[in-house]
Design a protein around this ligand. Sequence first.
Ligand code: COA
Length: 260
Amino acid sequence: MPLDGRPHEVARIPPVDVTRDGAVCVLTLRREEKLNALSTALERELGDALAREEVRASGCVVLTGSGRAFSAGADVTELRGRRPEDVVAYYRETGDVYERVAALPQPTLSAISGYCLGAGLELALATDFRIADETAVFGFPEVGLGIVPSSGGTQRLVRLAGPARAKELILLRDRLDAGEALVVGLVTEVVPAGAVLERTLELAQRLAELPPLAVSIAKQAIDAIPDASRDAGILIERLAYGLLAQTEDAQRGVEDFGGR
Ligand code: COA
């Protein structure tokens, strides 16, 4: 018994399902009853999932939600009373999971249905591609709550859509539907309700069938280029080519072409 004499309540750990579909690994947030709100416990589970062998060995990773949401954002019940030192500890412990998703070497896709708000949208922005169905609803509620998107969201949104659009989405737009999200470039594709996982897996399989080293190097080079000078960017391209030119995949690709 704890010191206060009350019986122990065993906290339920909100799970992240990890499943394999061929070379593709699917991570499903399963905190449906709270619209997959990203509590620190759920972030920890996601972080643990990223470290699993199935994920590390996969050719492509898909993130998806469950029930009515991809994710309705940070767990607002945990935001109350956070002192500066709590915030520092948060980023040290689980708050860097968004950066860990972004740093995965293989391509990543988000399959989005229902609410995709705040940190949920930041999580989706940390993946390479976002596919939504017609039920998807996007938004950044943070400023209305007196805070800001702080899981890499402002960084990624500016790079994706430019500063003016980022300000519009963060400061002026309450919600965007899937069609509007497509227009502003938040998502790459919108599919009918119920079809999002199937379509995302189709794209994931295509990515997983490409030469894995070339895919990974292309992804990392593209991610590095917005922050590099033009000269450094050109050098990254050339070094990347130099690294890949003699791989078996590259040699086979050249030979197959020559044999046509
Ligand atoms: N943090 C914690 N819990 C959340 C949550 C969040 N971000 N979003 C939803 N939930 C919980 C609700 O408290 C509710 O729990 P309960 O059934 O125990 O009361 C459950 O999830 C279902 O949400 P509910 O609000 O009843 O669903 P709804 O369809 O009426 O509204 C939303 C959906 C998304 C509009 C609404 O839940 C909402 O505004 N959520 C907060 C979004 C937000 O501000 N996110 C960013 C935080 S920085």
